[in-house]
Design a protein around this ligand. Structure first.
Ligand code: PAF
Length: 274
């Protein structure tokens, strides 16, 4: 496995391959990322993991400066997972000048849910991902379903911009108690970590109701919000949406339930397809 820091070196290395598979990350890797790397091996002739904490997708009050930067241990994990190339650019390498050209995904997809509570988040995500696509020129790109809205928006970007890239999703990896693995779980105290499972439990309760044909969407959402509030969470949303466009559903649509809530200072997200 080679670790490269410049786009020129990476391009030179990739010139021998036809079908790079890309796993883009911000580092502080967990099993979910490593599963994507393993999945990538069967899909491309070389797999590339990128590690870059992207300033553009953080709001001023968010955790950009404290986001864990753990390159050495990330590389050890990637090596064990069978990664071929790691691209870990500096900010200077990726943004040598202020990034004034940006990708603005459509409001109906990107200003709801995560984009409502984190304005500009998907502009930052789409802009860096397009840039990484241009540098790596992958044929396949893998994204986790844990970031459900992100993978959907990127899928639409690829289609609308006619990028010759197949987007493949990986299932959310969970701890034994059901908590979705996330780089931000490391912020939780031991007590919060024990409590954190409540987010996935509430979402599962919504899924159960929907599978039993209880389509009182508003009531299910309100109950889940109330329950989390009652346990000391600050929920942003607990909601039932259509899988294909994240708009409000009708009974009979393919559904996904999504939630985001803060436990102390840590904001967690999760979702389940119904
Ligand atoms: O999901 C992430 O870790 C990030 O949003 C991504 C896709 C690497 C872009 O910075």
């Amino acid at each position: 496995m080679k670790v490269l820091h410049s786009s020129a070196e990476l391009r030179a290395e990739l010139s021998r391959y036809q079908r790079p598979a890309l796993v883009a990350t911000m580092g502080n890797l967990h099993e979910g990322h490593l599963a994507l790397v393993q999945q990538a091996k069967a899909l491309g002739d070389v797999n590339v993991a990128t590690i870059f904490v992207n300033r553009l997708q953080f709001l001023p009050h968010e955790d950009f400066s404290t986001y864990p930067r753990t390159l050495e241990s990330d590389c050890a994990k990637l090596h064990s997972a069978g990664c071929d190339l790691v691209f870990a650019p500096s900010e200077q390498e990726l943004y040598p000048t202020a990034q004034t050209y940006k990708i603005h995904p459509p409001a109906e997809l990107a200003d709801i849910l995560e984009g409502h509570f984190r304005p500009g988040f998907f502009v930052g995500v789409c802009t860096v991902v397009l840039k990484l696509f241009n540098i790596v020129q992958p044929r396949v790109a893998l994204f986790g379903k844990k970031d459900y809205q992100q993978q959907l928006i990127l899928r639409h970007m690829i289609a609308q911009m006619a990028l010759p890239i197949e987007l493949v999703t990986g299932d959310t990896r969970r701890a034994d108690d059901g908590l979705a693995l996330s780089s931000r779980n490391s912020y939780l105290s031991a007590t919060q970590r024990r409590q954190a499972v409540e987010l996935s439990q509430e979402l599962k309760r919504m899924v159960e109701a929907l599978r039993n044909a209880d389509y009182r969407f508003n009531e299910l959402e309100a109950q889940a919000m109330q329950s989390l509030l009652g346990h000391g969470w600050q929920p942003d949303y607990m909601t039932v949406r259509r899988r294909d466009n994240l708009q409000s559903p009708q009974p009979g649509d393919d559904l996904v339930v999504l939630g985001a809530a803060r436990l102390g200072n840590t904001r967690l997200i999760d979702n389940f397809e119904v």
